[in-house]
Design a protein around this ligand. Sequence first.
Ligand SMILES: Cc1ncc(C[n+]2csc(CCOP(=O)(O)OP(=O)(O)O)c2C)c(N)n1
Length: 632
Amino acid sequence: MKKLGELLLTREPFSEIVMGNTALVRAMIEAGTRVVASYPGSPTPEIAAAIRSIPKEKRPFYFEFSTNEKVATELCYGAAVNGHLSTVFFKSVGLNVAADTFVQLGLMNIIGGMVVVLGDDPGVNSSQNEQDNRHYARLSYTPVLEPADPAEVYTFYKAAARLSQEKHMPVILRLTTHVCHAKQRVEFDRWSQEPPDNTPKFDPDNGPYIPIAKAVFPLKRRALQRLEEVRKWADESLLNRLTDNGNKSRGIITAGLPFLSLMESLREVCGEKPNILKLGVVHPIPKETIENFLADHQEVKILEELDDFLEKEIKSMAYDEGLDVRIIGKTDPEDWLEEYTPDKVYAVMQRTWPELLAPRSPDAKGKSEVSPRPAQLCPGCGHRSAFYAIKKALAETDITVADIGCHTLGFLPPYEMGQLLMCMGASPGMAAGLSLFNDSRRVVAFLGDSTFFHAGLPGIINSVFNRHNFTLILMENGTTAMTGHQPHAASGSNFNGPAEKIPVRQVLEGLGVRHIFEVDTYQQAKLTGMVKEAVETDGFSVVIARHPCMLKFMREQRKKPGYKSRQVDIDQEKCRRIQECIAEFGCPTFTQYPDGRIEVNPDLCIGDGSCIRTCPAEAIGIPHIAEEPVEG
Ligand SMILES: Cc1ncc(C[n+]2csc(CCOP(=O)(O)OP(=O)(O)O)c2C)c(N)n1
């Protein structure tokens, strides 16, 4: 069987079972994409994993992880106005970071074409909100194509690229978690690689590219006109599909994942199945197609995940055309929430037309429940040692501000560090605000190292500039851990190989931070002492709490020849059942038995020894080679 990288570069047509995120990469290759950039975030990191499977020297396009989504968008825009088809991809909330640039793209003459791939997250699988990025499309006059499965991801990307190249405007390919991660057999086309044209084609005469004051009006007129052209194109497009069940009275308009869930739910329909119009182009919506569909039915249900985006558009369209049709949008506050999985769609459709689908008893649900697994830090995680030590330095009344990353999990017991959370890089700003008019409760903020470069720096600079008074704990683990160990500016390598390491300490010094402390988090007593000193220091102080990500480190160790797993043991004679290892340190490796005995779970322990100094009875022994080698 071919390796993924080879498969993605196959010249002849082939078919394979792949994830939506992988199908996207083949589509990029076939479409002749030259520049791709991203900042990691679920549900999109597997796109980069598929790109990584292609050796760098064979990769038909340039790829980088940029420092944040805004920079990635700017990079792709720069490449596209120079004539190269480009693609930026990131998660839902990434668009908020990119927005200041993104909202202008629709005004520009993007001669090379540019596709913006969004990984929206209905169901909040791994985000801080459930935002519906279709609203950004309207705000920025940008078309949106929305596939429902991996095969559509492949065809829709190619359509988006062609449309963007033809109209010189950005096109959004909106994916959602299930579409990114679903697997399906996809029929891929031939890849006839054209020799790359590296001529820099940027020409100011293709512009204007300077949208200032009144110069914006002609650009805006052009954006609106292009959008109208896309609307007409959408009416002809095969990306919209009609399923005609011969029903003269009821129809459903839907798109994306809800369509697939609907098809599953309709298997249980007792009577006549409604007709279905599945939209592939969700902005601007195809006017004629929808008007005809509305005119052909007495009742039309708009089935859409998250907000009432299509509903509002379609209702206003029906009003303008004076159509006599009952349009049923969202009927319950719950309709605005969660992923439209088959169970969810069943419930929505049951509420819409109760006689069409029989009510389900709660235990007759199609879904097999997975037992909940509380999120936790990995065994050996340096963040655990940090939280354990920092907690000892703070008073109950002190205020702790979390940020986004693995270290967000510090808010969980037993540490309970981090009482507020907003978005990436927000902790220094929020902490500064909390420190105002506040002489009695010390403020401590946490920030990861990838986030430091992503969006943390402005808040830090502001803290120096405006002389704020709080302590920032920089949780430096050398990687972007939460999203799968992508490199960042202080990692010493980028996606494509070795790179200049930008040490966080030097950055802080360069910014004029006066009070900088630095310690490996496994030195818990030292860290406690430093934090005590830092919070008592007047002004802004930073404690660099450093330890490599142990999940990444252990993965690398296990690949080494002769690797032997290690673990710690508990000396039952010495153990005084104080339970510090469980109640305060909280490593999942420790298991307590009903008789009070505490044992080490050999399948979990990595023998890092971070727990040794936490035991007041000194009952935890130094790590030794495990008797039974544990499979890596
Ligand atoms: C704007 C935005 N982009 C991407 C993400 C996805 N994301 C969540 S945590 C995280 C990584 C944070 O890395 P780091 O700051 O180094 O903390 P670590 O996970 O390594 O502790 C990323 C990229 C996000 N939540 N928001």
